[in-house]
Design a protein around this ligand. Structure first.
Ligand code: PMP
Length: 276
């Protein structure tokens, strides 16, 4: 596969960075994921804006690469050939000369971009497929989950705990309220209304989440952005997740609780999938 590193397009196995890169030593960087369907970038401007915001919030300077991001992505798309692709753009503060909390002045950020094949959403291929399995976990992450940082141990650690059952997604909760998934945002259909946790809960402002909210508004369906407690989550008719790679995917099981089975044609998540 072809990748991009600091101004050059090269084969992934020829892309090297120093172990003193602050991404490696401190997890000091941000990233973005952008999907591309049939050669067309999806919601590119929204993703670019969020990347710029992540850089601003972490005081990492913009680089020329980011000004030309669409051109770089389309070049990778052509070379890697897959019809649907998902691009990972990682920007770190740069490479230090010695490991030190305080970065040197005027470091040049490292920009690394890869692409991989984006599989068709399995729930579009078969809407009757059983939904994903979810495990609930206490949200032990930092207070800035609004930043799309590359330091994701808080999100991934529990997946590697051998004493826990393996699942497709983790839902985090804090003080009895659900916040977000480890790699997705959460929507709940409860007593005929759609709810999603509020951005005030320091969650990632998902690009797919905001696209769904806008599309639902256009279709006169209100989405209520508010706190959702665990009782409400487990008493809901439907739960689904959203993300750039998954679009929309229904949930069938949360811990030991099995959600009601509904026909796709009678389901809200399936209507939402039609926006994609
Ligand atoms: N929350 C977290 C923690 C995520 O990692 C993701 C996926 N990037 C999302 C939400 C969904 O965001 P988006 O729709 O922008 O992919």
């Amino acid at each position: 596969m072809w990748a991009y590193l600091n101004g050059q397009i090269l084969k992934e196995d020829q892309a090297f960075i120093s172990p003193l890169d602050r991404g490696f030593t401190f997890g000091d960087g941000v990233y973005e994921v952008i999907p591309c369907y049939a050669g067309k970038l999806f919601l590119f401007e929204d993703h670019l804006k969020r990347l710029q915001t992540s850089l601003e919030k972490t005081f990492i300077p913009f680089t020329d690469d980011i000004q030309n991001l669409d051109k770089i992505l389309l070049e990778l798309q052509k070379r890697n050939k897959f019809l649907n692709q998902s691009f990972y753009i990682q920007v770190t503060r740069g490479t230090d000369v010695v490991r030190s909390h305080q970065a040197e002045k005027n470091l040049k950020p490292t920009v690394f971009i890869t692409s991989q094949e984006l599989q068709e959403n399995p729930f579009r291929i078969n809407p009757n497929k059983k939904g994903i399995k979810v495990r609930l976990e206490e949200d032990i992450r930092w207070h800035r989950c609004d930043i799309k940082t590359i330091a994701l141990m808080g999100n991934t650690m529990t997946l590697h705990d051998p004493s826990k059952p393996s699942v497709d997604e983790i839902f985090f909760h804090k003080d009895g309220m659900i916040s977000e998934g480890s790699k997705s945002n959460i929507f709940v259909f409860y007593k005929g209304q759609v709810f999603t946790p509020s951005l005030r809960q320091n969650i990632l402002p998902g690009i797919t989440r905001s696209y769904i909210i806008k599309e639902m508004q256009k279709n006169n369906i209100e989405v209520i952005e508010s706190e959702i407690n665990l009782e409400k989550l487990l008493a809901s008719e439907e739960v689904w997740v959203s993300s750039s790679n998954k679009q929309v995917q229904p949930v069938s099981k949360i811990n030991e609780y099995i959600l009601p089975i509904k026909e796709p044609k009678d389901s809200m998540w399936y209507k939402v999938l039609e926006f994609f």
